[in-house]
Design a binder for this molecule. Structure first.
Ligand SMILES: Nc1ncnc2c1ncn2[C@@H]1O[C@H](COP(=O)(O)OP(=O)(O)O)[C@@H](O)[C@H]1O
Ligand SMILES: C[C@@](O)(CCOP(=O)(O)OP(=O)(O)O)CC(=O)O
Length: 492
């Protein structure tokens, strides 16, 4: 049997943090060009053994034995090595599903060869600050390209500095998809289109396993974007997986719950993408925040002040939805008249947003582009101010003063549409959307202006990520030799 390689993108929740936990509201999630990869190869001679390794980390090899008696068991055999609950649960539950769907004979046939699995994340998932310093490189996006792909982090998994792209969700999603493909549960064509039963099965299984591994049911926007790509996401009702979440549910059949034909899966994925000739910029800030504790405190405020909080969330949600519509409208405007759109992007990229709508010579036709970009700017600023207000009301540093100063400095640069603190906010990251005209010289690009702000910023340590938006719709089937640096990282 040959190898199976599947990748899944990381995520940035640009609007809808906290609200997306409630089915009444939605979140805008952008999937990133930075991806997690799972490589599965047969392990000749190690029947019913599974070896998993993460070559970017120290001591990151986990070996498991698969036992199939009255029930399926996946037991770690290397007692001396650390545990990896996310990987072990993904193996156990996905193999269990494969057993239910394909039967014992097929299961034994595939496992007879054993499995050799490698997990790798693009460099963006882990802070590259130390590596840039070691190579004497200025923290610029162009410098990141000089770091070899899948570069070793030099530390154990537990000690790595994550950048917030959602490593566990992308990892679980790529691992589940690769296993379901390798075990013949879904065909490779399941990854050809977005609306597909096989892909939906990957989604449901990965959501369930991610919740189980995290020990909580989050909104699931990270898994959904890893499967389906950028989207406007509305969560599933957690009741659908309740029966499978307890420790003594290991004998409960998975398929009736995880099957795409189970109507209790009521998540909604509406199309979303960033406008053409704009670019997402992300920075990792060297100061972390603990998402679960921020979430706990905001939700306690909502429970204690329901009337105030619900009215507040309704208004914030209107701004989030309006931002989604406005950004989608820009794609339509570009389709309607690409030439005029392109020249407008070039013109606006040298001006600040307030000047965008102050051109007395613009024809009504051209003014539509500038007005829509301005509306996107206004909405991101409105969302920022509401998120800050929610932080004040719940006493949570959602956009703390240090981040306010940094974002305001970025926002004052010509050609910056908007930005904010992604997801739950806090100190760990910022996102920006900038105009990125295809025809300007490199130093005139808004991207370069923002980078100059970042490199000169003293109050916080700001380091860029290389990710752009991924326009591929989530999961992707890969070939080892087409992924730069993969074979070297595998040591093959
Ligand atoms: N490269 C990797 N190889 C193996 N497991 C990984 C890797 N990256 C992350 N994980 C798993 O994901 C867990 C981290 O999950 P979590 O703290 O929720 O991170 P995140 O916020 O990035 O999703 C790790 O403890 C490990 O089990
Ligand atoms: C608060 C939230 O709505 C968004 C959190 O988004 P982040 O991107 O901050 O999440 P982490 O990857 O866990 O750091 C919680 C949720 O939707 O589950």
């Amino acid at each position: 049997m040959s190898s199976t390689v599947v990748s899944a993108p990381g995520k940035v929740l640009i609007a809808g943090g906290y609200l997306v936990l409630d089915q009444k509201y939605s979140g805008i999630v952008v999937s990133t060009s930075s991806r997690f990869y799972t490589v599965i190869q047969p392990a000749q001679g190690r029947s019913f053994q599974i070896r998993v390794r993460s070559p970017q980390f120290e001591a990151a090899v986990w070996t498991y034995a698969v036992h199939l008696d009255t029930e399926l068991d996946v037991r770690q055999t290397s007692e001396l090595s650390s545990k990896n609950k996310f990987v072990q649960l993904a193996l156990h539950r996905t193999l269990q599903l494969a057993l239910e769907m394909k039967g014992e004979a097929h299961f034994r046939h595939v496992l007879n060869d054993g499995l050799e699995i490698a997990i790798m994340g693009d460099n963006d998932f882990y802070s590259q600050r130390a590596k840039l310093a070691e190579l004497n490189l200025v923290p610029l996006i162009a410098s990141l390209a000089k770091i070899p792909p899948f570069t070793p982090t030099g530390v154990k998994l537990a000690d790595v500095h994550k950048t917030g792209l959602g490593s566990s969700a992308a990892l679980i999603t790529s691992l589940v998809a690769a296993l379901l493909l390798h075990l013949g549960v879904i065909p490779p064509s399941a990854l050809d289109s977005v609306q597909n039963e096989g892909r939906a099965l990957v989604h449901n299984t990965a959501q369930y396993i991610h919740c189980l591994a995290q020990g909580k049911v989050g909104s699931g926007f990270d898994v959904s974007s890893a499967v389906f790509g950028s989207q406007l996401y509305t969560r599933f009702d957690p009741a659908v997986i309740k029966g499978l979440m307890s420790d003594n549910a290991t004998n409960t059949p998975l398929l009736p719950v995880l099957s795409p034909s189970n109507n209790a899966w009521d998540y909604r994925v509406a199309p979303f993408k960033l406008p053409p000739q704009t670019r997402l910029m992300l920075a990792d800030i060297d100061a972390g925040s603990d998402t679960p504790s921020l979430v706990g405190q905001v939700l306690r405020w909502r429970t204690s002040q329901p009337a105030e909080a619900n009215a507040f969330w309704d208004q914030l949600s209107e701004s989030n939805d309006a931002l989604c519509r406005t950004l989608l409208r820009l794609s339509e405007l570009s389709d309607e008249d690409t030439k005029a759109y392109t020249s407008c992007v070039k013109y606006l990229s040298s001006l600040q947003p307030l000047q965008w709508v102050a051109n007395p010579h613009a024809s009504p036709h051209d003014a539509r582009f500038a007005q829509t970009f301005y509306e996107a700017h206004r909405l991101t600023e409105d969302i920022r101010s509401r998120m800050r207000e929610m932080g004040r009301l719940s006493d949570v540093p959602i956009e703390p003063p240090e981040q306010v100063a940094l974002l305001d400095a970025c926002m004052s640069q010509a050609g910056v549409i908007g930005g904010g603190v992604p997801g739950a906010g806090g100190y760990d990251a910022i996102w920006l959307l900038v105009l990125d005209p295809s025809v300007s010289s490199p130093e005139d690009r808004p991207l370069s202006r923002v980078e100059r702000v970042w490199t000169s910023w003293k109050a916080l340590d700001v380091s860029p990520l290389s990710a752009t938006e991924s326009l591929e719709k989530g999961l992707r089937l890969e070939q080892i030799d087409n992924v730069p640096g993969m074979r070297a990282a595998l040591g093959q």
